[in-house]
Design a protein around this ligand. Structure first.
Ligand SMILES: [Zn+2]
Length: 363
């Protein structure tokens, strides 16, 4: 009997600590909660996400983690390793995997928005704030008042992928996150990289932007593969924005799209499109990539993406992941119809979420 009990206890510990084996992704991206809101977050997982059959959270932790290898890179509201372990253990015990996400290459500065959601200020993320020598465009200074469009084409900053010291720092950060989360996957962002192959960068000038982008993806992928972790990235830089008419945000107008033929085929593409239903998933599948379709806040588009996914028979189509672009605390309050000051376009993502859940629950 004692032996039997021991077996149950060991099995329980193992099942709580290991990420679940997911066949079909029904996922959501959520920003890491502030440390004081972890319980609120976990209650939401238990009371809403689990009954809603969500099985994957792309956990947007970014620099909000207490890195021991590089404490200088810790951003405000950082979660400790114990916080992360607690969140992961709770989610895993419900069959939900938690995939850490940090933006590599691009998004090394952030936009600060006013109440109407208009970007009015910008500030460096910790990497470039602490290591200005990694900046791909050091000649472009962050303005006092930010406006888009602007003559520098400044959206967010990038690090130089050819700086000889950048990967020692960046990969240490990646390693800490994968160790803390124990996930089978890691999401490295890499979307909307507008600054790449800058003419003024002595290392990158004149080089193929597609190759610069692909080499960085493959470098991170090789690092992860040694640790049995699979890489996910956003797919926009791999799509020709001119040919598809998808533009410079959800596709590339800066000559990175050739990277689609250079990036390792075992990288998973999270294919985000918010305004229109696209057939880009077919494009990625034809190229040999596994793909996840990612809507945001336009319910019709999300439904169209979901239907595309359901009728596609390819094993390379892994599922759907809804993106959410607001603090998790606000998303939770919106879900429960509590008063919260959020711009309309963000508010609508709750309607989209509820619609998607109703679709897969009715199957
Ligand atoms: Zn460079």
């Amino acid at each position: 009997m004692k032996k039997y009990l021991n077996f149950i206890i060991i099995s329980l510990i193992f099942s709580c600590a290991s990420p679940p084996d997911i066949k079909e992704i029904k996922g959501i991206t959520l920003k890491a909660p502030k440390p004081e809101n972890i319980e609120k977050f976990l209650n939401f997982v238990t009371d809403v996400l689990d009954p809603d059959e969500i099985n994957t959270i792309i956990f947007r932790i970014g620099w909000n983690y207490e890195f021991s290898s590089h404490p200088e890179l810790i951003d405000e509201d950082a979660l400790s390793k114990a916080d992360v372990k607690k969140i992961v253990k709770h989610c895993n015990s419900l069959g939900i995997q938690v995939i850490p996400q940090i933006n590599l290459l691009g998004h090394q500065s952030t936009l600060i928005r006013d109440q109407n959601g208009i970007a009015i200020k910008t500030k460096l993320r910790p990497l470039l704030a602490n290591y200005p020598e990694f900046d791909e465009t050091p000649e472009i200074k962050l303005p006092e008042n930010y406006k888009w469009p602007n003559e520098d084409g400044l959206y967010t900053k990038s690090y130089c992928p050819l700086h000889p010291d950048v990967h020692e720092v960046v990969l240490a950060i990646v390693e800490e996150l994968i160790n803390a989360f124990g996930s089978k996957y890691f999401h490295a962002g890499m979307d909307e990289v507008f600054y790449i192959g800058n003419d003024n960068c002595s290392r990158c000038s004149g080089k193929s932007k597609a190759k610069l982008f692909a080499d960085e993806v493959n470098l991170v992928n090789s690092f992860l593969k040694e640790k049995n972790v699979e890489l996910m990235i956003w797919g926009d830089r791999m799509i020709d924005g001119f040919e598809t008419g998808l533009g410079m945000w959800e596709a590339s107008e800066n000559n990175t799209h050739g990277s689609v033929d250079l990036i390792d085929k075992d990288v998973i593409v999270t294919d985000w499109h918010y305004r229109t239903v696209t057939n880009t998933h077919d494009y990625f599948i034809k190229k040999g990539f596994r793909v996840i379709t990612c809507p945001w806040n336009v319910t019709d588009v999300a439904v169209g993406n979901y239907e595309n996914y359901k009728k596609n028979n390819s094993d390379l189509y892994l599922g759907l992941l809804q993106t959410v672009w607001m603090p998790s605390e606000d998303f939770i309050d919106l879900y429960y119809d509590r008063p919260v000051d959020v711009v309309e376009r963000r508010r609508r993502s709750i309607d989209t979420y509820k619609k998607l859940v109703s679709l897969w629950k009715s199957e």
